[in-house]
Design a protein around this ligand. Structure first.
Ligand code: KG4
Ligand code: ZN
Length: 347
């Protein structure tokens, strides 16, 4: 069965085809150049960009893959959580295709799809301890099977990705800044006393990253030299070696503070809700090199199989929506053409 996946929940416009043996083709357009001017996603502009990009991307997907809409076994679309206007653009296209072809419509939970992306091209051993770290969410899940998820903990304020993006803005780096902070911190020793690992005194599994943002803001206020003098344009080559050494230590320390906070909460979750067979870490921040090495060490120590999505499938993408939609379709799920967008979810 070939499934089309449509992802428009935030600022990435992405469509993909997935068949039994895995992804066939993906077409993605990033809107970074539009939102970078504002230092964050502007919802109105995001939905207009989806509207402009989605039709042509979908047409290119069909023509370049040689698959015709009539061959689709299902149309899967991210129905939330996300930006309402953006979600509605994807849902509109999905409903139109289903009406025209008779294919079943599958509304997919964007967060669950991120986690299941770790199972593309490899099996996830269940039960799995799942960490979703993205620009909008930081959550710990118990995954009993491909389609059975229980939320164990979540952030009470900012998501981990927001800590990266807001720090990047303070350092004069482009939006979204996580990958620049990652690059600037690579190969540099973190100062463990520079930034707090927030909310660890709370015995539960929830997170709070807003204090980290405040600590960075205070640091930048005292040391204005931390700001990069020239902001690279999105997509331009970026040489971390040109940054001030103190800026690089600040970035390494932030990478460490986030990764170590995640490690401590995951260790706690494994103790409270285990035993688990595997550790899954997914979402945009799962591309962070320190988060990935933390996850590898932790899985080793807890004797869990480690499942990380490939780097290209950590950020928002249509493949993960098609992959999860295919699983739902094979299990007999489908939505009516009146299915609604779900704008916001628990962080
Ligand atoms: O999953 P995603 O593409 O979109 C949401 O669903 O939010 O995640 C985007 C987030 C942004 O905050 C971005 O800065 C962050 O992922 N990100 C990173 C890295 N690559 C992307 N954060 C830290 N290190 C990275 N290498
Ligand atoms: Zn996402």
């Amino acid at each position: 069965m070939i499934v089309l996946g449509i992802e428009t929940s935030c600022d990435d416009t992405s469509v993909a085809l997935v068949a039994e043996d895995g992804p066939l083709l993906e077409k993605t357009a990033l809107q970074e150049d539009v939102h970078s001017l504002f230092g964050g996603v502007v919802p109105e502009l995001a939905s207009r960009e989806h509207q402009r990009l989605l039709g042509p991307l979908c047409r290119a997907l069909f023509s370049q893959s040689g698959v015709s809409p009539g061959e689709l076994g299902a149309v899967a679309v991210a129905r939330g959580p996300g930006l309402l206007g953006s979600l509605l653009v994807g849902l509109g296209l999905a409903k139109g295709l289903c009406l025209a072809t008779g294919a079943p419509l599958i509304g997919v939970n964007h967060l669950h799809a991120h986690l299941l992306a770790a199972g593309i091209g490899q099996d996830i051993a269940y039960p799995a301890l799942g960490l979703l770290v993205s620009g909008g969410h930081t959550q710990i899940w118990r995954m009993a099977s491909d389609l059975d998820f229980t939320l164990l903990g979540r952030t009470l304020d900012d998501a981990a990705g927001e800590a990266f993006d807001k720090t990047a803005k303070m350092l004069n780096l482009p939006y979204p800044g996580g990958r620049y902070i990652d690059l600037l911190g690579q190969g540099v020793s973190p100062d463990h006393s520079l930034y707090p690992r927030p909310h660890l005194d709370d015995p539960g599994l929830d997170f709070s990253f807003s204090g980290l943002k405040t600590a960075v803001a205070e640091h930048v206020r005292k040391r204005p030299g931390l700001r990069m003098a020239d902001m690279p344009a999105p997509g331009d080559p970026f040489d971390p070696g040109l940054a001030d050494p103190e800026t690089r230590v600040a970035c390494a320390s932030l990478n460490w503070a986030v990764a170590d906070t995640l490690r401590i909460k995951l260790t706690r979750a494994a103790r409270l809700h285990g035993p688990f067979a595997s550790l899954v870490v997914a979402g945009g921040v799962a591309a962070n090199s320190r988060v990935r090495s933390m996850a590898a060490d932790l899985a080793d120590r807890l004797r869990l199989a480690l499942r990380l999505p490939p780097l290209a499938l950590c950020s928002d993408n249509g493949v993960m929506i098609a992959h999860m939609g295919r699983k739902l379709a094979l299990a007999g799920f489908r939505h009516g053409l009146d299915v609604d967008a779900i704008a916001r979810g628990k962080k």
